[in-house]
Design a protein around this ligand. Structure first.
Ligand SMILES: NC(=O)c1ccc[n+]([C@@H]2O[C@H](COP(=O)([O-])OP(=O)(O)OC[C@H]3O[C@@H](n4cnc5c(N)ncnc54)[C@H](O)[C@@H]3O)[C@@H](O)[C@H]2O)c1
Length: 370
């Protein structure tokens, strides 16, 4: 599949997402067109991005004054302290709004650098080069930027779009299997909430995605971006429809908080477990049939992803999650707001299934079954 370009338009904002293999060479010509006044560029790299790609980016930008930083990405360093560090650096180098910041890394780097760009002198040009599968299919798309606070994840941030996103599938080669699973979980979620045909395609092609087959990756990334953007376009400020993108995430967040965000269960693994728990809840609430659950479970089995579910066959483990469900930021009253699945490709609407803790406790035994 050749290089793909998605053109995103929302109110007065527009930008392209370019998806392909070895596509970094287009960087220079795009900057010339999108940021003609730029003289200085700050390049903020995730430390783990292989040198080869850093060199390639450098090679393409030799006509600019470059300032390069290596960022040690972790949920801890996704903080106001790091924001301050980069802001001060930009001030000290006399950057102005017509200059440019490029973030090269996973979701952590993209969220942080995008946030810095959105507040530096009320907004400087920003280009995102996502380097994990999760950031290419999710984090770099949709305009949410931000950092963590002591009170929780992603609580400080802004809605702000980049000038351009370049997703180069060749950069994914150095990712660990666990990181590929992370991105895959969001790809599968996009199919489940919106597109049965894409789900059927994933039944045949997931193994190629997980083993870095570039043609399949380009197709899956493009499909995922389009689905995410269709929700973002309908609901730019996350008041309603965009919440559908949180399918599986209410349980996933509880799993992550309960595990203290330990690396033993990644976000994607928590999402995979969360989507199954949400589907089981959908069966219990008679929103979907058992066949839907069986179809989803089958794709996990075929791709050796069942390991994420082992823990949640035990009703005590599920009971232990419930206190953490209460803290989910989507809930604006005592009940928990779940997105449930009706059939493959279709979910319930937000705010239609608010379930109390007492009711949920009654279901714990059933959530281990089916
Ligand atoms: N803004 C949004 O809409 C949105 C959506 C989903 C997730 N997020 C955020 O994204 C973050 C998770 O993103 P992530 O999964 O990309 O995590 P991440 O940024 O931590 O990257 C995962 C790991 O891969 C490493 N890495 C990055 N690129 C690499 C490469 N090419 N080769 C080898 N290693 C590489 C990183 O250093 C890190 O260790 C979370 O903070 C989450 O809150 C944001």
């Amino acid at each position: 599949m050749k290089t793909q370009e998605i053109k995103f338009k929302n109110l007065n904002k527009g930008y392209s997402i370019i998806i392909g293999n070895n596509v970094l060479k287009i960087l220079q010509s795009r900057i010339k067109k999108l940021c003609p006044q730029t003289k200085k560029i700050a390049l903020i790299f995730d430390k783990k991005v292989p040198k080869k790609y850093k060199k390639e980016i450098y090679k393409n930008l030799n006509r600019y004054q470059l300032f390069s930083y290596n960022f040690n990405a972790s949920e801890k360093s996704k903080s106001l302290k790091s924001v301050n560090f980069f802001l001060n650096n930009l001030f000290s180098k006399n950057f102005n709004r017509s200059d440019l910041i490029i973030g090269v890394g996973g979701g952590i780097t993209g969220d942080l650098v995008g946030f810095v760009a959105s507040i530096f002198k009320r907004g400087i040009n920003f280009i995102s080069i996502p380097t994990t599968l999760l950031s290419q299919v999710d984090a770099a798309i949709g305009g949410k930027t931000g950092v963590n606070s002591n009170y929780g994840k992603n609580l400080i941030g802004s809605f702000s779009h980049p000038k351009l996103v370049i997703s180069d599938t060749s950069i994914l080669k150095s990712l660990k299997k666990k990181e590929m699973v992370c991105g895959y979980a969001e790809i599968l979620k996009h199919a489940l909430i919106n597109d049965k045909k894409f789900f059927n395609w994933l039944k045949l092609n997931s193994k190629y995605i997980l083993s870095h087959q570039k043609e399949k990756l380009i197709y899956a990334i493009k499909k995922s971006c389009k689905i995410k953007l269709s929700f973002v376009n309908k609901d730019a400020n996350e008041k309603n429809l965009r919440m559908i993108l949180n399918f599986g995430h209410t349980f996933a967040h509880a799993i992550e908080i309960k595990n203290n965000y330990s690396k033993s269960t990644t976000h994607g693994e928590a999402v995979l477990a969360g989507m199954i728990l949400a589907t089981k809840l959908s069966v219990i609430k008679k929103v979907c049939s058992q066949k839907v659950l069986k179809d989803i479970l089958n794709i996990y089995k075929v791709n050796n992803l069942n390991y994420v579910l082992k823990k949640y066959k035990n009703s005590r483990e599920i009971s232990n999650l419930i206190p953490y469900l209460k803290n989910d930021k989507k809930n604006n009253d005592e009940k928990i707001n779940f997105i449930l699945i009706k059939r493959i490709g279709k979910t319930t609407m937000p705010n239609k299934h608010k379930i109390s803790i007492i009711e949920l406790k009654k279901y714990t035994k059933y959530l281990t079954q089916y």
